[in-house]
Design a protein around this ligand. Structure first.
Ligand code: HEM
Length: 313
């Protein structure tokens, strides 16, 4: 009787369908967020300046007079994404194999059927389990340090803060989970089904695989660039990119003024030398006439006196 009552409640309840809808909705938002997140994050491949530009704009720096941005914007973004992440995970746990026995049954059935969609479902379960821990750590770090999204501070966190192994595992899991998840959503709710369901399914599978390759490539490349920056910046951990850029600018300005002062000094000494040379040459031109005259006068005197003396003799 009891089981009959429970069964009849189960049948009438719309709760499972609503929870499914909620899981799909949160999954859709998180999946699109991850697409954007990894694109923005990989701007580091284009250089520190590009990443700084992207992160400052996401911190709404264009609204501030100082151009500093508002870390509180990141705080609320993490709060919102973190809440969706937890809701999505809790809804997902309903479908987890909760004992070793259940797990074994699923594995055996998978081997027996070798059905690609069931295999995908298993990948979703495993990646979700890993992301539950790795994603929580990452979200907590961002939640506690919302003002530290910066090419140098992020690279320092990845290398000197030893976060790179966690990011690598999280990256692989999140790329698989997000893209397989979005593909499954399309299948489940019949999005982009078109006239020929089989054809559109194949197209979606192709798109899913390409997106996985694309996001894994830019994610790993971005992580590598962060690692290189972090290794080179090991001696200056905690220094911000903006502070570094201003310091570099100041040094460049100083060098430029020194250089221009040096050029001026060289020009001045050259002018001085030239004027001195000019003066000397002028003096030289004038002086032989003056110096020559006594000699000439003397010789003339001599010439004049000699015949007289001769005459007297
Ligand atoms: C609003 C929430 C989030 C913010 C503000 C955020 C911010 C960041 C930042 C700044 C980085 C660069 C490294 C660093 O500075 O530590 C990063 C990397 C990463 N994030 Fe997030 N994150 C958020 C949510 C998530 C979520 C929910 C996931 C997945 C569960 C995730 C997965 C990753 C991965 C895999 C990387 C490494 C990407 C790479 O360079 O290859 N993030 N995140």
């Amino acid at each position: 009787m009891d089981s009959y009552i429970i069964e009849s409640i189960k049948k009438k309840s719309r709760m499972p369908a609503r929870l499914d809808l909620l899981q799909s909705g949160t999954g859709l938002i998180l999946g699109v967020f991850i697409w954007m997140h990894l694109l923005f994050d990989s701007s580091i491949i284009l250089g520190k300046g590009a990443f700084n530009f992207v992160s400052k704009n996401l911190e709404l720096a264009f609204l501030s007079d100082t151009g500093q941005g508002f870390p509180i914007a990141v705080f609320f973004a993490v709060l919102a994404i973190g809440t969706l992440f937890i809701i999505h995970a809790l809804l997902g746990v309903r479908k987890f194999p909760i004992s070793w026995k259940q797990h074994r049954i699923i594995r055996d059935q998978m081997q027996m059927m070798n059905h690609s969609e069931t295999n995908l479902w298993y990948i979703q379960v495993v990646t979700a389990f890993i992301m539950f821990f790795a994603g929580s750590v990452h979200l907590y770090v961002m939640f506690a340090n919302p003002g530290t999204i910066d090419p140098y501070l992020s690279a320092d966190r990845i290398v000197s803060g030893h976060m790179w192994p966690l990011y690598l595992v999280l990256l692989v899991c999140v790329v698989l989970h997000a893209n397989i998840g979005l593909y499954r959503l399309c299948m489940k709710w019949g999005w982009f089904a078109g006239k020929d369901a089989r054809k559109s399914r194949l197209k979606l599978q192709k798109l899913r695989n390409r997106l996985i390759v694309f996001y894994l490539t830019i994610g790993i490349l971005g992580l590598l660039v962060f690692v290189v920056i972090g290794i080179n910046h090991k001696d200056n951990v905690g220094e911000r990119y903006a502070a570094h850029a201003t310091a570099v600018e100041q040094v460049q300005e100083l060098e430029e003024t020194r250089e221009s002062e040096g050029i001026q000094a060289v020009e001045e000494t050259q002018e001085l030398e030239e004027s001195q040379e000019l003066e000397e040459s002028q003096e030289l031109e004038e002086s032989p006439a003056v110096e020559e005259s006594p000699a000439v006068e003397e010789s003339q005197e001599l010439e004049e006196t000699q015949p007289v003396e001769e005459y007297h003799e």
